[in-house]
Design a binder for this molecule. Structure first.
Ligand code: NAD
Ligand code: GLY
Length: 384
């Protein structure tokens, strides 16, 4: 079992992220410890699929500790992370007469976590919130830090709030049922985090992928070595994300240094544009980021800031996460147009995160990168 401590400077707060095996059965006890309060009401938010697999174990454990549990389930999918569904969740929370001393628990991937966290942020102007992430992506990324929110017609995650959880519980066993494509998408984000963090995390991630190929992931769960490596990788990935969040909790718009939250957007400028240009129908978010990383690497080479050998390391790591969706028929003009409404352009000019080397991200203004360089990189990576 491992613990990562998140300490926040604003109104000093801290919480733990606990990582281990078979933790769901004891999540009632964990909840009690996180809240430092007598058991009260809990709204357990999940989706039909995840609740079907893990929901009863969580509910039983919470009830065994004296919590009164109300379950609210959303339909499964990114398209349900919207205002209408949020409103239904909030109506349910109101009907159950949830008080400020009560808590919302999110059980699921990033979609459930984002919507449940946003509900917790705005209900009674903020009540306690706990996260039990069940996808690899949610474990290393979306459950670490206070960003919560929903999508609108204009774009993804444009409406939301910063609302930190009071604790995060990661049971690695839940990854046994995660579909292969979701693993691939999550590991694209892991390669991204390794690439912007340092060589150690990058190598640890690449080594893990080499030692435990994702196409056999489920079979390894009886192997102690694998479980230790998986816990260590999760802990290292989460520690890196937590370190960024701790010193730039709300993504200070003025910051452009290599520790700013903005560096987490490595691969995301193109990633978001690819998702938007294909109407969110072709890519999982992580898969689009996988291509985004390669395009950013290619732009880095063409502007002379990144080295070809380093790029090959990135490409090899991404290669071992598995096959990404075909991109040859994507309309590049639509991808280009999609840059113009990336959320990073609002009140700010579009920025590119490039690498000078593995572990050395740097933020560039769009105007510093010639348009033909971007076009060439898109063509090379997406249409070869
Ligand atoms: P997701 O929540 O849609 O989950 C992916 C799929 O896996 C779903 O079908 C889900 O039902 C299923 N699933 C989840 N856990 C499972 C399990 N253990 N076994 C079997 N199936 C399981 O996708 P995601 O990749 O977890 O999250 C993506 C979302 O996270 C996006 O909305 C993205 O915007 C958001 N996100 C938010 C932040 C943030 O800072 N708040 C950061 C990164 C991503
Ligand atoms: N919720 C994840 C983040 O704040 O980055």
């Amino acid at each position: 079992m491992q613990k990562i401590y998140v300490k926040l400077k604003e109104f000093p707060r801290r919480y733990d992220i606990k990582i281990g095996k078979n933790l769901l059965d004891d999540c009632g006890n964990w909840t009690k410890n996180c809240l430092h309060a007598a058991p009260a009401k809990i709204v357990l938010i999940s989706n039909t699929k995840v609740f079907g697999i893990y929901g009863e174990a969580v509910r039983k454990s919470l009830e065994a500790q004296g919590f009164e549990v109300f379950v609210w389930l959303m339909k499964d999918g990114e398209k349900y992370k919207n205002f209408r569904v949020l409103e239904c969740a909030l109506e349910f929370i109101c009907e159950k007469k949830i008080k400020r001393t009560d808590t919302i628990v999110a059980l699921g991937g990033g979609v459930v976590g984002d919507l449940a966290g946003f509900a917790a942020a705005i209900y009674l102007r903020g009540i306690a919130f706990l996260q039990i992430p069940t996808t690899f992506l949610a474990m290393i990324d979306s459950s670490v830090g206070g960003k919560t929110g929903v999508n609108t017609e204009s774009g993804k995650n444009l409406i939301g709030a910063f609302h930190q959880p009071s604790g995060v519980l990661i049971d690695v066993n839940t990854l046994q049922t995660l579909p292969r494509r979701e693993l691939t998408a999550g590991f694209c984000e892991a390669v991204k985090q390794g690439a912007i963090a340092n060589r150690k995390l990058f190598n640890q991630t690449a080594e893990f992928l080499k030692n435990f190929p994702l196409n056999r992931f489920k079979k390894y769960f009886s192997d102690k070595n694998f479980l230790t490596s998986l816990e260590n990788l999760l802990a290292a990935q989460i520690a890196f994300k937590a370190e960024i969040v701790m010193q730039d909790e709300r993504e200070d718009v003025g910051r452009t240094d290599a520790k700013s939250r903005k560096i987490l957007n490595f691969g995301h400028t193109v990633g978001h544009a690819l998702e938007k240009a294909t109407d969110y129908k072709i890519f999982k978010h992580g898969e689009a980021v996988g291509y985004g990383i390669l395009v950013a690497g290619e732009i880095g080479i063409n502007t002379g800031v990144f080295d070809e050998n380093e790029f090959n390391l990135l490409r090899d790591a991404l290669h071992s996460v598995g096959k990404l969706p075909e991109t040859r028929n994507i309309n590049l003009q639509r991808v280009f147009e999609a840059f113009s409404f990336d959320k990073k352009t609002i009140g700010n000019s579009l920025q590119w995160i490039l690498l000078e080397e593995i572990g050395k991200p740097k933020i560039f203004r769009n105007k510093d990168i010639p348009k033909p360089v971007i076009e060439r990189a898109l063509k090379k990576i997406l249409q070869k």
